[in-house]
Design a protein around this ligand. Structure first.
Ligand SMILES: O=C([O-])CC(=O)C(=O)O
Ligand SMILES: [Mg+2]
Length: 215
């Protein structure tokens, strides 16, 4: 069993970490990482369904590399950052885009848009030893067998060591925490009955069905 699910600590999301994704939603490329939190109650694993939250009319998929933290640290220097990684996961940062747009327009937080129940489907844990370079991983996502996202972590604006170092200046990182490193371009809506499949190179793949909440 993967250590992050047993410990179940925080999920730190990084926004707009790929230029093409920032551009596709009409956003500026950030000069420092944009962070948000998802509650651990948002996790689901295979066999469970993604539930469209009440009132949401535009639920978007975002495929992301998740970095799993292996030990406690703060103010971690970039040069030591990889010592704090225990492994990786494939995650979907499901986003109620209409809620996020409304929050953005009103200057409100993204908490519901990013943190609703079932908004963080994850794969099994991938041990660090299986990944030579976390910044050379292909990540893809299909909806009903049609390719929607097909990127590579080499295109991240802020790399894994920098993110760990930056985040740890503000949030103490603890074993079991996950950093969602942002999504490549190609995000888009899903509706009830859709099947999302996603993968990280040849490391892991996942499959989740979408349904209306309350079914
Ligand atoms: O909602 C967004 O566009 C920000 C985000 O999570 C990402 O870039 O992965
Ligand atoms: Mg995201």
């Amino acid at each position: 069993m993967s250590n992050f699910r047993e410990i179940g600590r925080k999920i730190v999301g990084v926004g707009r970490n790929y230029r093409a994704h920032a551009a596709e939603l009409g956003n500026q490329v950030p000069t420092k990482p944009i962070l948000f939190l998802k509650p651990t109650s948002s996790y689901i694993s295979q066999g469970q369904k993604i539930k469209i939250p009440k009132g949401c009319t535009s639920l978007h998929h975002e495929v992301e590399l998740g970095v799993v933290i292996g030990k406690h640290g703060n103010d971690i220097p970039e040069t030591k950052a990889m010592d704090y990684v225990s492994g990786y996961i494939l995650a979907l940062d499901m986003t109620a885009r209409d809620f996020q747009d409304e929050a953005k327009n009103k200057g409100q937080p993204w908490s519901i848009a990013k943190g609703f129940d079932t908004s963080c489907p994850v794969s099994e844990f991938i041990d660090k030893s299986k990944v030579k370079n976390p910044e050379q991983i292909g990540l893809w996502l299909k909806v009903n067998n049609t390719m929607r996202q097909n990127g590579n972590t080499k295109d991240m604006i802020f790399g894994v060591p920098y993110l760990i170092s930056y985040i740890s200046q503000y949030f103490t990182l603890e074993a079991g925490d996950i950093i969602l490193t942002g999504t490549p371009s190609g995000v888009g809506p899903v509706t009830a009955g859709d099947v999302i499949e996603a993968g990280l190179s040849d490391l892991v793949s996942i499959k989740f069905e979408v349904e209306k909440k309350g079914k």
